[in-house]
Design a protein around this ligand. Structure first.
Ligand code: ADP
Length: 371
């Protein structure tokens, strides 16, 4: 499963795409000659032909003659509007059609009209206006999607705060109560240990949130990076935990060229994958391992994080990068780790591929371009 991180940005439209419909071939040719250099011009000699074109291309503007045999321009627009509401519709018409035209505009079938015979500047103004209108609409749609995503995140955040911050706190409170009453040293030690565990959970949650904001809002700081050094740094961070859990560490780096990237952001991503490989080991396994490898070639680093842990069930694999999503109760995590890793990778223009089988292990392959 390959996950590409699409960076939401305002869509850049280059040339306006204009579909011109007219039953007179001379007019079609003239239109193409006048505007072919500035617009991507599509021509249709009948409404049927226009409908055919619309099956594959969505123009920004459709300009149509009103008086055509079998179907008028307005009738055609009415039909188009049902199926393809996006392109703005501009009607070319003579003086006699004013009443029909007023109705059509009032009913929203037509965006603008231009009197025949058309003047080049008039067409240019209308197309420019329609094009700007489309761009604003597209930008608004992108913003709306971003806003919807932000709302969803906020919902999940509120849920998670109530659960992940409150439950360790409630635990600490209850344990403190027991501590106050206990006279037994063994019990006191046990409660003390549980309190420390709960505090660590709180700390992890807060660290993850801070990491999230650092990655989301921070600017990139680019420098030359050595994957060998990065991997050593990560290993040292977790060395004690790995010894404690009897996990073997393997490393394989092939880097014969310079790689440029943001060290902190890359570390956020790698650390989150790595710490999961520790957390989700099979506890009873006597041969636990984690392998980090990197291959830098032609301006791209391919990094693999592999473990022989509990693996991830197929049905959860597509959700593990969601904020606050957890697929296992083996470890108490915040469910933000992989979300942050994903965010960090998207900042670096990277992508990640996941291979995992429940009970066998997990392998993440990350591809990151050098900056
Ligand atoms: P968490 O805080 O729960 O670890 P993450 O966002 O880091 O949250 O990971 C999401 C879920 O993906 C985890 O709950 C776990 O079920 C699964 N997961 C991630 N990495 C691994 C791995 N290496 N092995 C097995 N399961 C994993």
């Amino acid at each position: 499963m390959i996950i590409n991180f699409e960076v939401m940005s305002e869509t850049k439209l280059e040339k306006p795409i204009v579909l011109y419909v007219d039953d007179e071939r001379n007019n079609l040719m003239e239109f193409k000659e006048s505007f072919g250099a500035d617009y991507e011009v599509l021509l249709a000699v009948s409404p049927d032909e226009a409908m055919e074109i619309l099956k594959t291309i969505t123009p920004h503007v459709i300009i149509s003659d009103h008086r055509m045999p079998f179907m008028t321009g307005i009738e055609m627009f009415e039909k188009i509007k049902q199926k393809y509401p996006e392109p703005l519709r501009v009607l070319l018409t003579g003086y006699g059609d004013v009443q029909v035209l007023t109705d059509a505009i009032n009913k929203g079938q037509v965006y603008r009209y231009i009197k025949k015979p058309w003047i080049e500047d008039e067409i240019r103004n209308v197309v420019m206006d329609a094009f700007a209108n489309t761009q604003t609409r597209v930008a608004l749609e992108v913003r709306n999607r971003e806003l919807e995503e932000a709302y969803k995140e906020l919902d999940r955040f509120v849920y998670s705060v109530s659960h992940d911050l409150r439950s360790p706190l409630m635990g600490i409170m209850a344990l403190a109560g027991f501590l106050q009453k206990s006279q037994n040293l063994e019990e006191v030690n046990e409660y003390g240990e549980l309190i420390v565990k709960n505090i660590n959970r709180l700390d992890e949650f807060i660290t993850n949130l801070l990491e999230y904001y650092k990655v989301k809002r921070g600017e990139l700081t680019i420098s030359s990076l050595s994957f060998e050094d990065l991997f050593k740094e990560i290993f040292e961070m977790y060395e004690a935990e790995m010894l404690d859990n009897n996990i073997r560490f393997e490393m394989d780096v092939k880097q014969h060229e310079d790689f440029r990237g943001d060290k902190l952001i890359l570390l956020v991503a790698l650390q989150n994958f790595f710490s999961n490989s520790i957390k989700y080991q099979k506890l009873e396994n006597r041969n636990k391992f984690i392998k980090l490898s990197a291959h830098v070639l032609r301006g791209e680093a391919v990094v693999v994080i592999e473990d022989n842990g509990i693996g991830i069930d197929k049905e959860f694999q597509h959700r593990i990068f969601e904020m606050f999503y957890r697929a296992s109760s083996q470890a108490v995590g915040s469910g933000i780790g992989l979300y942050n890793a994903k965010l960090a990778l998207s900042k670096l223009g990277g992508e990640v591929e996941l291979e995992s089988a429940a009970g066998v292990g997990t392998l993440f392959t990350i591809k990151i371009p050098s900056k």
